[in-house]
Design a protein around this ligand. Structure first.
Ligand code: SAM
Length: 330
């Protein structure tokens, strides 16, 4: 199933198969244009779980909610749309479950991280170095600080740290110097094309410029939307909300996210056997989860040829163990 227009979802065949195992509350924390929610709803119907289930679709972008509401209008009653940040997952799930007279436990949770094609392709949202627009990058247009606010307020050292930490940019210091130089000479940087030109001028080789631009724009976007902070929060909250046999699926698009997800999953699936050499018969703490995807799932050739965005996608899935199931120490 392909959703043309707002956003073409990645790994859309794999998500329902890996996520939908039991009836209950499903949360799509990154609703976007609703492509994954649609696939989840279809799977709930196919398995005859729909009557007992509810999907909660969360997005912090009003445009995404509008697009998804239009696309999924035929599922009214089975789906609740929420404008919010998945970092507030627990509060959102509790509120929606009370309103729908259900216990606040989750059978499946999906996070398809990052930005949608519609966001990237809208010049006025300021996410892309390929378009001319305000240097904005807020997924939630009502959020306090835009990319321009951040880029113009940070010191040279803070900028270098930002480009290095969130962009893994090897030339973070010289780019930070150029940004500050520009500000001192011409005033605040307010447009994507101005910011992109400053970065391009540091890069003599045009073939490397694209990678540098991607890394720096990624770093600023992560900072504007506090992406790694909210990811850490939602991972903790999701595992607390999952029912036994409930699953958490995360699709990440860059190594910073994927490393976080992978190490969080490993930690959740590990029993604590105490210090080495003690030789305990029982672990001090039994693992509460098992990792469904030993290796991250990536898109196949066919999907890659029709959806270039799938190139960097990595899907990992975690399952909460049923009562009495101890899981294997790994
Ligand atoms: C990659 S797109 C998801 C596309 C979606 N799976 C689909 O099928 O169309 C990511 C979406 O998640 C939203 N988003 C990202 N981080 C968020 C957060 N912390 N809270 C709520 N929504 C978020 C973005 O606004 C964007 O619409």
């Amino acid at each position: 199933m392909i959703v043309k227009g707002y956003h073409e979802p990645v790994l859309v065949a794999e998500i329902p198969k890996l996520l939908v195992k039991i009836p209950g509350v499903y949360v799509d924390g990154t609703l976007g244009g609703g492509g994954h929610s649609h696939a989840i709803l279809q799977e709930l119907l196919r398995r005859d779980f729909a009557e007992q289930s509810l999907v909660i679709g969360i997005d912090q972008d009003d445009n995404a909610l509008d697009a998804a509401e239009k696309r999924l209008s035929s599922y009214s009653g089975r789906l609740v749309f929420v404008k919010g940040n998945f970092g507030d997952l627990q509060k959102i799930v509790q509120r929606v479950c009370i309103e729908n007279q259900r216990p606040p436990v989750v059978a499946g949770m999906l996070l398809d991280l990052g930005v949608s094609s519609a966001q990237i392709d809208s010049p006025e949202r300021g996410f892309s170095y390929l378009h001319q627009g305000p240097l904005d990058m807020r997924m939630d247009p009502a959020a306090e600080k835009s990319a321009a606010d951040i880029i113009n307020a940070m010191s040279e050292r803070e900028l270098a740290n930002l480009f290095y930490r969130f962009g893994e940019e090897p030339r973070s210091r010289s780019i930070a110097r150029s940004v500050v130089d520009y500000r001192e000479r011409y005033g605040p940087i307010l447009r994507t094309e101005t910011f992109a030109d400053i970065i391009r001028r540091r890069e003599a080789r045009p073939d490397r410029a694209i990678k540098t631009l991607s890394r720096i724009f990624q770093a600023v976007r992560i900072e504007v939307n506090r992406e790694l902070d909210v990811l850490a929060r939602v991972l903790e909250q999701s595992t607390a909300l999952l029912s036994p046999l409930g699953r958490l699926a995360v699709i990440s698009y860059h190594s910073l996210e994927d490393r976080m997800v992978k190490s969080f999953f490993v930690e959740q699936a590990r029993s604590d056997w105490g210090p080495k050499g003690v030789g305990l018969r029982e672990p001090l703490r039994k693992a509460g989860f098992s990792i469904v995807t030993r290796r991250a799932i990536v898109a196949g050739e066919q999907e890659l040829s029709s959806n270039p965005r799938a190139r960097s996608a990595k899907l990992r899935v975690l399952e909460k163990l049923a009562a009495g199931d101890t899981g294997e120490p790994i």
